[in-house]
Design a protein around this ligand. Structure first.
Ligand code: P1T
Length: 389
C-alpha cells in the first residue's frame, strides 16, 4: 500500500507499511516483526542486504511506522524520532543556519518554547512570537532573515486555532517553510500538508501512540529536498525511534480513528457540562460555538479533538484543591492517551514559560487543561461533579 494510496483512513491505519511479505523464505506476518538487530549482515561489501546497514540509519520496523504515518498524513515521506522534541530539533538543525529568523505562534507547548528560547537561541537563531490566529500578524513579523514559520493548531494549552491555508499563502509568497505541529488533532482530524503546510511534526507520544506508554516524534512531508536533509540529520544526529517503540506506535495507530471519535464525543459532552457549571469561569474547546475560531476550526478539520481547557473560579489554590480531589482523571502532564489526564499548565507543562508571557497570552493560574480519555463519559462527569462540589 503506497503512501499515496486511495484507501480510507482506517484501512491505511491498519495496513499501510505492514503488508505481508510473501517473498521466498518470508513468513507472511500480518503484524510487522520487531527487528531488534542493530546491524545487518551482507554477503558483499558493496551490497547491503535489502538496503539495511545499521539501525540508526534504517530499521525495518521503524520504516514500517514511517510508511504508515506518511500514508495517513498524505505525505510522500515520513521519519520517526525518539520524541516530539527530537523531531523538532532535527527539523531546525536540518533546515536552518545560525542567524536565521523563525516566526512562531505565541501559544506553543512549553517544551517547544524552551527548545527555541534556551537551546536554539544560543546558537544564533532568532525567534519572534506572534498571535497566529491573525494571519496578518505572521506576515508583519517577517524579516529578511526569516526562513521558517512554526505553528500549532489547535495550540497547547489555549486551543487557539490558526488558518493553515491563509498562513501557507503568506509563507509561499515569502518563500518560507511552514511547519505545523499536528499533535492535538492527529491526521485523523486534520491534514496540514493538504492545506499548504510544508512539514508536519508530531509528538507521537500523544494520540498517535494513544496509550501513554511510548515516547516518540514524527516528521511528514512531500518536499524531497527537505526530506533528504532531515533524513541525513536523523542519522547524523541519531535521535531515532527504537524498534520496540516503533512497534508500540504501529500498534497504537491501528485504533486511531476509533479512539479519536470517542475522545471527541466525550470532550464535547464534558465541555457542555463545564460550560453550565457555576464554579467554572470559561471553557475553551474549538468544538463549542463560544470558541472564537469555531467556524475556522470546523472548516479546516474533520473533528475537534479530545483536549479542552477551562478556568475555574477562584485562586490557584482552589484550582489545585479541585485537581487533588479527582479520582478518575490522573493529575499528570501529557495528553492523547486512552485515560483522562488533567493538569495545571502554569505550574506543570508551561512552567518554563515566563510568568509575564503566560499572563499576556492567557495561561492564567486557574487555567486547567484536560485530555479527555475514552472512559464512560458519565463516570468522568460524575468525577468532575464531586471534585467541583
Ligand atoms: O514530549 P515529546 O514527545 O517530546 O513532544 C513534545 C511536544 C510537541 N508538541 C506538542 C504540541 C506537545 O504537546 C508536546 C508535548 N506535550 C506535553 C508533554 C504536554 O503535556 O503538553
Amino acid at each position: 500500500m503506497s503512501t499515496t494510496s486511495k484507501y480510507g483512513f482506517a484501512t491505511k491505519a491498519i495496513h499501510a507499511g505492514e503488508e505481508p511479505d510473501f517473498r521466498e523464505g518470508a513468513t507472511g506476518d500480518v503484524v510487522v516483526p520487531i527487528h531488534l538487530s542493530t546491524t545487518f549482515a551482507r554477503k558483499k561489501v558493496t551490497e547491503p542486504t535489502g538496503g539495511y546497514e545499521y539501525t540508526r540509519s534504517l530499521n525495518p520496523t521503524r520504516k514500517a511506522l514511517e510508511t504508515k504515518l506518511a500514508s495517513l498524513e498524505n505525505a510522500a515521506f515520513g521519519l520517526a524520532f525518539s520524541s516530539g522534541l527530537a523531531a523538532e530539533s532535527t527539523i531546525l538543525l536540518s533546515l536552518l543556519n545560525p542567524g536565521d529568523h523563525i516566526v512562531a505562534f505565541d501559544d506553543l507547548y512549553g517544551g517547544t518554547k524552551r527548545l527555541f528560547n534556551h537551546v536554539f537561541s544560543n546558537f544564533g537563531f532568532e525567534i519572534t512570537y506572534v498571535d497566529a490566529t491573525d494571519a496578518s500578524e505572521v506576515e508583519k513579523a517577517i524579516k529578511p532573515a526569516t526562513k521558517l514559520v512554526w505553528i500549532e493548531t489547535p495550540s497547547n494549552p489555549l486551543l487557539k486555532v490558526s488558518d493553515i491555508k491563509a498562513i501557507s499563502a503568506i509563507t509561499k509568497k515569502h518563500n518560507l517553510v511552514l511547519v505545523v505541529d499536528n499533535t492535538f488533532l492527529s491526521p485523523y482530524f486534520q491534514k496540514p500538508l493538504d492545506l499548504g503546510a510544508d512539514i508536519v511534526v508530531h509528538s507521537s507520544t500523544k494520540y498517535i501512540g494513544g496509550h501513554s506508554d511510548v515516547l516518540g516524534g514524527a516528521v511528514l512531508l512531500n518536499n524531497e529536498t527537505y526530506f533528504e536533509r532531515i533524513q541525513y540529520h536523523q542519522n547524523a544526529v541519531g535521535a531515532v525511534l527504537a524498534p520496540f517503540d516503533s512497534y508500540l506506535t504501529l500498534r497504537g495507530i491501528k485504533t486511531l480513528a476509533l479512539r479519536l471519535e470517542q475522545h471527541q464525543r466525550n470532550a464535547l459532552e464534558i465541555a457542555h457540562y463545564l460550560e453550565q457549571h457555576p464554579k467554572v469561569q470559561k471553557v475553551i474547546y474549538p468544538g463549542l460555538e463560544s470558541h472564537p475560531q469555531h467556524a475556522l476550526a470546523k472548516a479546516q478539520t474533520t473533528g475537534l479533538g479530545g483536549v479542552l481547557s477551562f478556568e475555574i473560579k477562584g485562586t490557584t489554590d482552589d484550582a489545585q484543591a479541585f485537581l487533588s480531589k479527582l479520582n478518575i482523571f490522573a493529575l499528570a502532564e501529557s495528553l492523547g492517551g486512552v485515560e483522562s489526564l488533567i493538569e495545571l499548565p502554569s505550574l506543570m507543562t508551561h512552567a518554563s514559560v515566563a510568568k509575564e508571557v503566560r499572563d499576556k497570552i492567557g495561561i492564567t493560574d486557574t487555567l486547567i487543561r484536560v485530555s479527555v480519555g475514552v472512559e464512560d463519559v458519565k463516570d468522568l462527569i460524575a468525577d468532575l461533579e464531586q471534585a467541583l462540589a
